[in-house]
Design a binder for this molecule. Sequence first.
Ligand code: ATR
Length: 269
Amino acid sequence: MKKWYAVIGDPIAHSLSPFMHDSWFNEHGIDAAYIPIHVEPSQLEKSFEAMKLLGISGFNITLPHKQSIVPLLVKLEESAMQMNAVNTVHSDGTRYVGSNTDGDGFVRSMLVHSVDKTSKVLLIGAGGAARGIAFALKRAGFTDVTITNRTFRRAEELAAETGGSAITLASSEESLNEFAVLIQTTSVGLAADEALPISLERVTAGTLVADIIYNPLETPLLKKAEEKNCVTLNGVGMFVYQGAIAFEKWTGVQPDTEKMIKLVTEKLG
Ligand code: ATR
């Protein structure tokens, strides 16, 4: 029987997840479909009950429901507990299980670039996205992660929780040449004319500079990093790999991520 998957969010019309998952279902001959469902915050609980009743096999959760879905789920994987946010729900046969594949998705997209796990990593930002990535880096075995943030206290708190160290934004700019990997997780760069979240004046050529933003494809930070002869990575990889991990939970199949990165990039370009 055909299986149904979905993504719920508000707004939802521009999500690329239906395109991505339907392409993968087709490619692997899996009899399933993935639909976007517009759910307003006041309707989340009822919608969740409806999904259960209809036997939706699995779903993604996007803004603004990632945190408010947590109390509705009786079972959470470690990734979701650490972030107190869920982006993926799958069934363990009897009940729905919540997980969060965003952080692991980012780390997988980065590992494609043969990054050494002993590299000195600077994580810029200390919000929800940074939190997921900090825990995922730890899970993946990265041993040298430093967190910097506009509000230093939040960097200190996240570092204490994840076993990393914290540094002020000014000090990180001073010592930027020491880092082999920079990961930008703040919202600065969503508008093309915005200032940089960190000055790249002292960055070393060849440093991997990653931005989790994928729209625009090239943020002002990535543009600057290219001028400095760094290796750049935009957020398309994170988007595709978070989806691939969800797809694996639902179907047991590992989809073709590199081809999907090209297709999604074409759509956004
Ligand atoms: P998300 O879940 O997307 O990470 P968030 O939890 O609101 O969102 O976190 C936003 C991050 O972007 C924070 O690190 C925030 O820094 P503060 O903790 O100092 O607020 C950072 N951020 C947002 N706007 C910024 C700006 N204009 N300059 C520097 N950092 C900014």
